[in-house]
Write a protein that binds this ligand. Structure first.
Ligand code: BV8
Ligand code: ZN
Length: 252
């Protein structure tokens, strides 16, 4: 892939690069995205039937087991060259902040040290009632049999739930505030592997552009963020990101 020389200069001159990522960042790690027909996680289910507090209260076993299945998927997945290139940026630029919508922890496992999880983590579990985090050991011991209700909280007996942000739930205010602060400071704002449909996260690239940041879109498909990106790199994260770093820092 050939890259615009001005873009390469901007990357080399950047003091702070923000990486806003969605499910497409983890697609090449084998984790299904949400909206791709047939393979998408939600091709078979509707989000409102699984990723909401009401869905959980209506059918805790089904929701818990869907997340338990996804958690196993995530645990077996490996960071892909896209995650590794994002992590490598930290050795090439003074500051890198990853703002991810993903709940799989793959940016951290790739070595990124400054990751904001806007939608929580599927690897964390807490009590639906008292919010107390549940330790992994307790979880493993109480792993549900298909169709049984989720494990219970050791503190109040409430049902345990995945540590993710469901639809209709507010994003963690600390995470949202940290992400919003990045918009004021980053020079370059990558938007990688997101369909830009889920709010309020999807507004971040738009805010970045309105704050005068250089916005770079990496996605094999067009999305609404194409309109606000100065650079559109049509391709897969695991292919484009390593090539972009090699072009910008050929001797690094
Ligand atoms: C909230 C965790 C306040 C759970 C997720 C306006 C303002 C505020 C709220 C709303 C609003 N409009 C609507 C809402 C409500 C709702 C919403 O956005 N609904 C949508 C469906 C319209 N938002 C909320 O409820 C949020 N809360 O706003 O709180 C509030 C409080 C009370 C009442 C009302 C409001 C909470 C949203 C968080 C939901 N939780 N995840 C879980 O994982 O199960 S969202 C989940 O879906 C993901 O985390 C992710 O964020 C999103 C999926 O989006 P993407 O990551 O973009 O993935 P997708 O599959 O869609 O796209 C993949 C892309 O990758 C594609 O473009 C594809 O082309 C590309 N791709 C594929 N392969 C590759 C690739 N790219 C690069 N390389 C590749 N190889
Ligand atoms: Zn509890």
């Amino acid at each position: 892939m050939l890259f615009d020389f001005v873009l390469l200069d901007k990357l080399r001159a950047a003091r702070h690069i923000a990486i806003f990522s969605g499910a497409g960042m983890s697609a090449e790690s084998g984790i299904p995205t949400f909206r791709e027909a047939h393979t998408g996680l939600w091709a078979k289910y509707r989000p409102e039937d699984l990723a909401t507090p009401d869905a959980f209260l209506r059918d805790p076993a089904t929701v818990w087991n869907w997340y338990a299945w996804r958690r196993d998927f995530v645990r077996q997945a490996r960071p892909n060259p896209g995650h590794l290139a994002v992590a490598r940026l930290e050795s090439l630029v003074p500051k890198v902040t990853v703002i991810t919508q993903n709940v799989d922890g793959l940016h951290q496992r790739a070595g990124s040290g400054n990751v904001i999880e806007l939608h929580g983590s599927i690897l964390e579990t807490r009590c639906f009632d008292c919010g107390q985090p549940a330790e992994d050991a307790a979880l493993a011991a109480a792993a549900p049999v298909q169709g049984e209700t989720p494990p219970r909280c050791g503190h109040c007996g409430g049902l345990l739930r995945p540590g993710v942000v469901w639809f209709g739930e507010s994003l963690p205010s600390a995470a949202w505030n940290r992400a919003s602060d990045v918009l004021d400071d980053a020079d370059v704002f990558f938007c990688i592997g997101t369909s830009s449909l889920v709010e309020p996260a999807a507004s971040l690239p738009r805010y970045a552009r309105s704050c005068g940041r250089t916005v770079i879109q990496i996605n094999p498909e067009a999305t609404s963020h194409d309109e606000i990106a100065q650079y559109i790199l049509r391709g897969k994260a695991g292919e484009v990101m390593p090539e972009l770093l090699a072009a910008a820092w050929p001797r690094a």
